[in-house]
Design a protein around this ligand. Structure first.
Ligand code: WQD
Length: 340
């Protein structure tokens, strides 16, 4: 089946993708500098799949180390899935140079090293954040990208352009960008999940920590948006569904089924949920208490976005299937496991 390099493979989406790759029969090697994840994830992946992935710890923004890794593994690696990046929207506003140096610099190092070591296929972790607040919904792949609301979001757009231009220049390199909507949930085994460091920025980990009593109450950032219940709408996608999309994209490239050497796909459920709808779905599926209050809007938030998923459904043959209640229950199981 081949060997896949997963950068950022001890992170939230990366670790779940390693599980799906191994279960699909691929060998995996993870590279991660553990700046935002823990080494225990490698063993926990092994506990799920019965095969502990190879792991190397270095910083992909270091050009020399990245090149020497690829040359040491020349002839072994069939494709790369690139997750490794800083991803805190708020932090990127205060530390833009760190975000550009890390997120863009790492990608450039990987592309250069792929070329020098004969690795031809790349799947890139992009984000619906490249669309900003679309005028028309649902969002299709033809929806124009908008200037990002943060340096983090801009690194996703810039990296898509870098891959597009490099694949145009180097015809033997093939790239697919997957534009995720809002990844949530955890593996049903509760052995891996989302482990934000410090106070969670994202909604679902904040919900589960509130239900677990780690946080006093959830603050809902604004209920004066132009939506049915006034709270913002997002397309929340189960992390296992999302991870399976990466396996499908890798197979598309390895089997030569891609229709051009740079493609991009929306990876969402096609269903928009408001914050209040998600809160109520969590309470219904878990029975857990969830104190919350409505506060002012959060700077940089868009009002509503959800995906039109026909292209991914038809071209990739991939569709999200996990019901939201099951996703939220898995997130809750993971939270309780983390609290011991
Ligand atoms: C979702 C909704 C908040 C927390 C971001 C990044 C995106 C991707 C996913 C990395 C919003 C509301 C949240 C809280 C709340 N990240 N909210 N109280 O902002 O849609 O997307 O995370 O790839 O690139 O932009 O996700 O989970 O932060 O917020 O009311 O304590 O929940 O206002 O409407 P977001 P989120």
């Amino acid at each position: 089946m081949g060997k896949i390099l997963v950068t950022g493979g001890t992170g939230f989406i990366g670790s779940h993708t390693v599980v799906e790759l191994q279960e699909a029969g691929f060998e995996v090697i993870i590279v991660d500098n553990l700046s935002n994840s823990k080494i225990e994830v490698v063993d926990n992946i092994g506990r799920i799949t019965g095969k502990t992935p190879e792991f190397e710890n270095f910083d992909l923004s270091n050009r020399g180390e990245t090149l020497s890794f690829f040359l040491r593994h020349r002839g072994e690696i069939d494709a790369v899935i690139h997750f490794a990046a800083f991803k805190a929207v708020g932090e990127s506003v205060s530390k833009p140079l760190e975000y550009y140096r890390n997120n863009v610099g790492s990608l450039i190092n990987i592309l250069e090293a792929m070329k020098l070591s004969g690795v031809k296929h790349l799947v890139f972790s992009s984000s619906c954040t490249v669309y900003g607040q679309p005028d028309k919904l649902p969002v299709t792949e033809s929806t124009p990208r908008r200037p990002a609301e943060s340096p983090y979001g801009n690194t996703k757009s810039v990296n898509e352009d870098i891959i597009r231009d490099y694949c145009h220049a180097e015809k033997d390199i093939n790239g697919i960008a997957l534009r995720y909507f809002n990844p949530i949930g955890a593996h049903p085994s509760a052995l891996i999940g989302e482990s934000p460091v410090g106070i969670p920025n994202n909604l679902v980990p904040y919900i589960t920590q509130t239900a677990a009593g780690v946080r006093k109450e959830l603050s809902i950032f604004g209920n004066d948006y132009d939506t049915p219940d006034g709270t913002p709408i997002r397309d929340y996608i189960d992390v296992c569904d999302l991870s399976k999309a990466h396996v499908v994209a890798i197979r598309r490239l390895l089997d030569g089924k891609n229709k051009s050497n740079y493609e991009f796909f929306n990876i969402g459920t096609g269903r928009g949920l408001s914050v209040l709808e998600l809160v109520n779905a969590f309470k219904k599926s878990t029975g857990a208490p969830l104190p919350y209050k409505i506060v002012g809007r959060r700077a940089g938030d868009i009002e509503k976005i959800w995906a039109e998923t026909t292209l991914a459904n038809n071209e990739l043959g991939w569709k999200a299937t996990v019901p939201i209640e099951e996703t939220l229950l898995n997130a809750w199981k993971w939270e309780k496991k983390c609290r011991g």
